[in-house]
Every structure is written in C-alpha cells, then in structure tokens.
Ligand binder design. Structure first.
Ligand SMILES: Cc1cc2nc3c(=O)[nH]c(=O)nc-3n(C[C@H](O)[C@H](O)[C@H](O)COP(=O)(O)O)c2cc1C
Length: 352
C-alpha cells in the first residue's frame, strides 16, 4: 500500500530531509529523479518582513518540481505561523511541515525549531494554528521534531499524541535530542515508541546512511518511511540504492562515472540558473565538494575548485575532473565505511 499524507499519495517511502542551504529546488528535483518519493523544502521563516528577500524567494521556488510541493515553516509565534501557512498555501504549497527539529542557534534563540519542544503548550498552539490555516484548503500539516530537548526530557511521545489530536497528519522524528545537536548516534527506541503511540504515519530520521541501515531502522522502529539527510549530500542516488536493496536484498551497482558526470553537470546548470553567477559559483562549491570528497584526487580538486570565481570555469573544471576519472574507473566506488563520522563533522560545520 502506498503511503499517504492526508489525501496525498506518495511515490514511495524514501524521503529526502529538509536541509537549509542544501535541499533547494534543484537538489530536491535531483533526489526525486534518483528515487526519493518525497522532498520537503528548506525551512521558510514565518517572519513576514523577510518574505520579500532574495533568500526566501529562492527557497519558495518550486518551478517544475514534481508534487507534492511541501513547504517547511519555522517560527515561534502561533499567529505568525498561521499567516505563514496561509501565505505559502496561496503560493502553491500542498503540504505544510512545521519545523520543531532544527537546533541552530539563530532559530532556537527565538524559541523556534527544536526549542519549541521545551514549551509544550506553545508547541501545541503552533500546531493547532497551522492546522487551522491549512485545513480549510485541504492542505495536510506535518511536523518534524527531535526525540526531546535533552536526555532528561525526551517528550516526543507525549507531544506526538497531542500533535495527532491537533490534526497533524504525519510526524518525522530525528532520533537525537536538541542537546545532542548532531553528535553521537541517533537512537531509534523513541521513534519506535512514537510510532506505537500514534495512528498517523511516522518517519524515522537520523543516520540513515546505507541500504542496510535503512532496512534496520525500518525494522527497529516500525516506521512508515525513512528520511535521509546528510548521506544524500553528493550522493543523491542513495535513494535508488536503498530502494533496490529493500526490494531485492541485493546491492545495486554504484553509478557509472559518466552518469555522475552528467548528473552533477546538469545539477550545476540548474543551480546557477537559480542563484545567478555570483552566488551560484560560491554556493555550488559545497555540493561539488560532497560529490568528489571520496574520489581519487577529490581533495586536491576541491581546493583548486574553491579558488574559481566563475560559473563557466567551475563547470568546465568539474567536467574535466570527471573526464580524467573516467579514464581510471568505470564506476564510482561504493560508499566508504565510517561515513557516519564524516556526517557528524559536516553537520557541525554547516550549522556552526
Ligand atoms: C545543513 C543542514 C541543514 C538542515 N536544515 C534543516 C531544516 O531546514 N529543517 C529541518 O527540519 N531540519 C534541518 N536539518 C536536519 C535534517 O533534516 C535531519 O533531521 C538531520 O540532518 C538528521 O538526519 P541525517 O542523519 O540523515 O542527516 C538540517 C541538517 C543539516 C545537516
């Protein structure tokens, strides 16, 4: 049976996680093309005065994106979140996701993101307000949270029950507390407890880095879907690898170097078109770095590429790198062991 969010049927149960500065429209579309059944946008602020900014309008760009269009809203005030839901629905959002998972300081100092889990009445008010805004339009509301604020306050289960009563139609749980940030390993017992406590679909998130891990997390939690964040950075084909493994119990061969060359070069064109020349060349660097990090010569290439200040030259350098690589190997090497440790460092860097 296909998974549904409210009345909306999804293609499969493999989701790409919302990651600010990463899961923009070009990256989401790439993940969808490569096997993700659903992609949530980067969070959009509920602060009205920022809606006209270039950053927010880029984040609100869904041109050509396959549905359902899901917009994540972040905020600390129920009226602002109500308005943000309405505003995004007017602009095409088919699902509104509430962010109660982000640990970044600039979000949490204002009592948004995962900080809301510490104030249960406020968290509930916000969920109710967003449901009130979305329901008349037939737009389902979903919510993403952590297991709790801290080790002593793992309140995801209690909150999940209340969110379900408030009309939230799917919950994603990242298996860490706010206090943990991205350190340590995600735990799945709390996600299993949330799944057991509610009737709406539950999505398991945190350290889903390989097909085997996805299988184990699904089994451990009983979750309805798996959400992959950092492991998809520079490796968007992880979704079809997981899908193949879950279907057949065997590993799909890693992609051909020629295919990755094409995917990345097409990704870059879309990226430059969204961000323009100045920002495009700069913001593309992290994506290129993720693609090449585990490849022979990848580190040296990344250093050299970071000095390029022109989209066209960057694009040609990437093409050249993969042409050289194609002379050395047919396929991209399978993901290295220890990938989890690399994930922790990257997240810390990205959110510092
Ligand atoms: C760079 C970065 C940006 C993120 N931005 C968001 C965000 O905007 N909204 C959100 O709910 N979670 C955000 N997250 C958290 C991820 O959605 C996810 O919960 C977390 O990375 C754990 O999953 P993973 O182990 O598969 O990466 C972000 C994570 C990273 C690394």
């Amino acid at each position: 049976m296909t998974l549904q969010i409210g009345h909306i049927a999804l293609e499969n149960s493999l989701f790409v996680a919302p990651m600010a500065g990463v899961t923009d429209r070009p990256f989401r579309m790439l993940c969808r093309e490569l096997g993700a059944g659903y992609a949530v946008s980067e969070m959009v602020t509920s602060r009205k005065e920022l809606w006209g900014t270039l950053k927010t309008s880029r984040r609100a760009n869904h041109d050509g994106e396959p549905g359902p269009i899901s917009v994540q809203a972040a905020g600390f005030d129920k009226d602002m979140m109500f308005e943000a839901a309405q505003y995004n629905i007017d602009r095409g959002a088919q699902i509104i996701d509430i962010n109660m998972g982000c640990p970044a300081k600039k979000v949490c100092n204002k009592w948004a993101g995962s900080a809301l889990m510490r104030d249960e009445p406020l968290a509930l008010e916000i969920a109710e307000a967003v449901v009130r805004a979305a329901l008349p339009h037939g737009v389902p509301v979903t919510l993403k949270m952590r297991t709790g604020w801290s080790e002593d306050s793992r309140n995801a289960v209690a909150l999940a029950r209340r969110f379900e009563q408030a009309g939230v139609q799917m919950l994603t749980v990242h298996g860490r507390t706010r206090e943990q940030g991205y350190k340590g390993r995600a735990e799945y017992d709390t996600i299993a407890a949330v799944k057991a406590a509610v009737g709406i679909p539950v999505v398991a998130n945190g350290d889903n880095t390989s097909p085997e891990k996805a299988r184990d997390v699904l089994a451990l939690t009983g979750a309805d879907a798996i959400m992959v964040g950092r492991a998809a950075q520079g490796r968007p084909w992880i979704f079809r690898e997981i899908a193949h493994f879950l279907d057949t119990g065997t590993h799909r061969a890693p992609p051909l170097v020629a295919e990755v060359r094409r995917l990345l070069l097409d990704h870059l064109k879309e990226h430059y078109a969204l961000y323009g020349d100045y920002s495009g060349v700069r913001t593309a660097r992290k994506h290129i770095g993720w693609y090449v990090r585990a490849l022979p010569g990848g580190e040296a290439f990344r250093t050299a590429m970071n000095a390029i200040e022109d989209c066209d030259a960057q694009w040609r350098a990437v093409a050249g790198f993969f042409d050289t690589l194609a002379g050395q190997m047919d396929r991209i090497p399978a993901a290295a062991e220890g990938a989890l440790d690399q994930l922790d460092e990257q997240a810390a860097d990205a959110l510092a």
